[in-house]
Design a binder for this molecule. Structure first.
Ligand code: ADP
Length: 330
């Protein structure tokens, strides 16, 4: 046996060979164990082994897939990728059950805490509004305190809502999306209109260049969240008098949503980390303007579920550009 085949045999990741008809033709020790394979399985369709229809074409579309296989000895989560070898395939499978379970524990905990916080916060919020009405003509100092409490509870409410949204995005299965044809042109026009009225109060120049009737397959509320987070950020991180340009267009690479601002900008070293939860360049500033630190994490998750990609370019103190690109087939 040569060195390479010896290594493949010892490999902890499972490797299966699959022919043009999508039948399994061979496997090494790790794959035998991961998929509980026996000699009689040779020649079976990979779709039957993993319990997924059109498995190979799904892998070709998405690059890799995570699947939980319900075998006798408890459930196993595998991440799988495909290599093409002429007319044949090699399927590489890694057991990620342990990290998957830990991840799920963390996600469930965050979702439960957020859910539990929602009701008391709504009650507090309601009572503050009532007190403000009751003491409307009274002590200015008391009203000031009530306004501060209200701002802080609003912040907590936004945080809880964003955490819940993020955990819903993580929990819902990635593929297939409950696809609908979304009139993105209309959606973006609405977002810009709302922002101009709600946040900006005419303090920014808004330029929009939106290709009409350019649709996308996807989930409208998710796309709305992602796009409005980016426009809201542009407004928040651009001082008065700045310009915000919003574009939606198609070219030979796909469809693109672009938000460009002439705001405070971001230094290069921060850019790769911006989509991490609670990562902020300036914590104090973000909190003061009502940021939750979760906006770009939400954008990232929504794009992931729409096979989209986020590209951030920015120059410190000159401005930033956030571009969401969706592949052509979408
Ligand atoms: P936040 O609620 O803090 O805005 P986000 O996840 O939306 O959270 O953004 C993360 C961080 O990225 C922000 O705290 C800010 O430092 C930076 N950021 C996001 N958008 C912009 C922008 N348009 N211009 C400058 N900085 C930005």
């Amino acid at each position: 046996m040569d060195m390479l085949s010896h290594l493949v045999k010892q490999f902890a990741d499972g490797i299966l060979t699959i022919n043009q008809q999508h039948q399994i033709t061979g496997w090494q020790a790790a794959a035998k164990e991961l998929f509980h394979l026996e000699t009689k399985d040779k020649g079976k369709l990979i779709d039957d082994i993993v319990g997924q229809r059109d498995f190979i074409s799904q892998l070709e579309t998405y690059g890799h897939l995570e699947l939980t296989l319900p075998y006798q000895r408890g459930k196993r989560t595998l991440i799988m990728g495909l290599l093409t070898h002429g007319d044949n395939y090699q399927l590489i499978a890694r057991d990620i059950t342990a990290s998957h379970e830990l991840d799920k524990l963390r996600q469930d905990f965050v979702a439960n805490v957020s859910h539990e916080l929602r009701t008391p916060l709504t009650v507090v919020h309601g009572y503050i509004e009532m007190l403000q009405d009751l003491y409307l003509d009274q002590d200015e100092r008391l009203l000031k305190i009530l306004r501060i409490i209200q701002t802080q509870t609003d912040r907590m409410k936004n945080l809880v809502e964003d955490l819940l949204l993020l955990s819903r995005l993580e929990h819902k299965p990635m593929n297939p999306l409950q696809n609908q044809t979304v009139d993105v042109s209309d959606l973006i026009k609405n977002i810009c209109h709302e922002m101009q009225h709600l946040v900006s109060q005419q303090q920014h120049n808004f330029i929009t260049d939106i290709t009409p009737d350019l649709n996308l397959q996807g989930e409208p509320t998710e796309l709305r969240s992602a796009f409005s987070n980016l426009v809201l950020n542009a407004v928040r991180y651009t001082p008065k008098g700045g310009t915000i340009t919003v574009r939606w267009f198609a070219n030979n690479k796909g469809k693109h949503f672009v938000v460009k601002d002439t705001g405070i900008g971001i230094s290069q070293e921060h850019i790769p980390r911006l989509t991490e939860r609670f990562y902020r360049v300036d914590k104090g500033r973000s909190r003061n303007i009502g940021g939750t630190g979760l906006g770009l994490a939400i954008v990232k998750h929504v794009l992931l579920r729409h096979q989209g990609k986020l590209t951030i370019t920015s120059k410190f103190s000159q401005g930033s550009q956030f571009m969401c690109s969706f592949p052509k087939q979408n």
